[in-house]
Design a protein around this ligand. Structure first.
Ligand SMILES: [Fe+2]
Ligand SMILES: [Fe+2]
Length: 279
């Protein structure tokens, strides 16, 4: 996995849960060593940094992060971090909960999907304009990534559905209309990838805890954005690396729904629908 000219290397880790009995410090320190060896351009942490949003947990988490050598670190909160008004500590330590990052030919928009003391979440309609304008204000052919903690569409093996954001349909449409390439999520600790329209939705597992479902092991993602390709690898700390996707990038994106809207119904001489269109 050596770097070729012009490519962007990203790591996504998620659901660390510092302060929980299931948190395993050696998994996190191992992850950080592996990340430093990989030398990514950007590291994204998609929430659930802590167990209960307590200041002490945040401080411990930040101390663990300090050896990361990557300059572009994008941290966002999850439902656990917003417990006990923990989002205030998040803002004190990491800054804005809704933020964006531009790097070379890439724009990342990160939104806080958590709600205080609730396990489920939403993006919130008051942020839709902001999301649209962030993606509008970048080069036409720039890579576009959106990150959030909760799921945007259901993920198998996560139990009965209560994990997608409440405004998932609206957010999904905004992202598709904005030409987003990739959505990064965490939350239920089950890694998965979906494709909707020309949008890839990548969910990471937990990188450093044993809050695991079924046979899943702790894992995180390594992503390569190249001029014409997206390659995604899943890495298991102390263990193997799997390539989960190698795909040609679509620069001209299509939306199935807009094709339906373009279809005109022809009417015959008596105002009847053309026979050819009857079904
Ligand atoms: Fe979590
Ligand atoms: Fe979560």
């Amino acid at each position: 996995m050596t770097k070729s000219a012009g490519e962007i290397k990203i790591v996504q880790i998620s659901d660390i849960h510092v302060g929980e009995e299931h948190f395993v410090p050696s998994l996190l320190t191992r992850c950080i060593n592996e990340i430093n060896e990989f030398e990514p351009d950007i590291v994204i942490i998609t929430g659930d940094l802590t167990a209960n949003g307590f200041r002490r947990e945040y401080d411990t988490f930040k101390n663990y992060l300090s050896p990361i050598k990557c300059k572009n670190l994008l941290v966002q909160p999850g439902n656990h971090d917003s417990r006990n008004v923990g989002y205030l500590h998040f803002e004190d330590i990491f800054g804005e909960r809704y933020t964006s990052l531009s790097y070379k030919n890439l724009k990342i928009v990160a939104a806080d999907s958590s709600e205080p003391d609730l396990d489920d979440g939403q993006i919130g309609r008051e942020y839709y304009k902001w999301i649209k304008s962030e993606f509008e204000n970048c080069e036409a052919n720039a890579y576009r990534i959106f990150t959030m903690h909760h799921h945007l569409i259901p993920v198998p093996n996560t139990g009965r559905e209560r994990n997608i954001v409440r405004d998932a349909g609206d957010v999904l449409e905004i992202l598709v209309d904005s030409g987003v390439d990739l959505v990064l999520c965490g939350h239920k600790h089950v890694p998965y990838i979906w494709r909707i329209e020309d949008l890839l939705l990548l969910t990471a597992g937990t990188a450093a805890s044993l809050r695991l479902r079924g046979r899943i092991e702790p894992n995180y993602h390594m992503i390569f954005l190249r001029e014409e390709e997206i390659d995604i690898y899943r890495r298991y700390p102390f263990g193997r690396v799997e390539k989960i996707l190698g795909i040609k990038r679509k620069t001209k994106k299509e939306k199935l729904c807009s094709k339906f809207a373009e279809e005109k119904i022809k009417e015959g001489p008596k105002g009847k629908v053309d026979e050819a269109l009857e079904y």
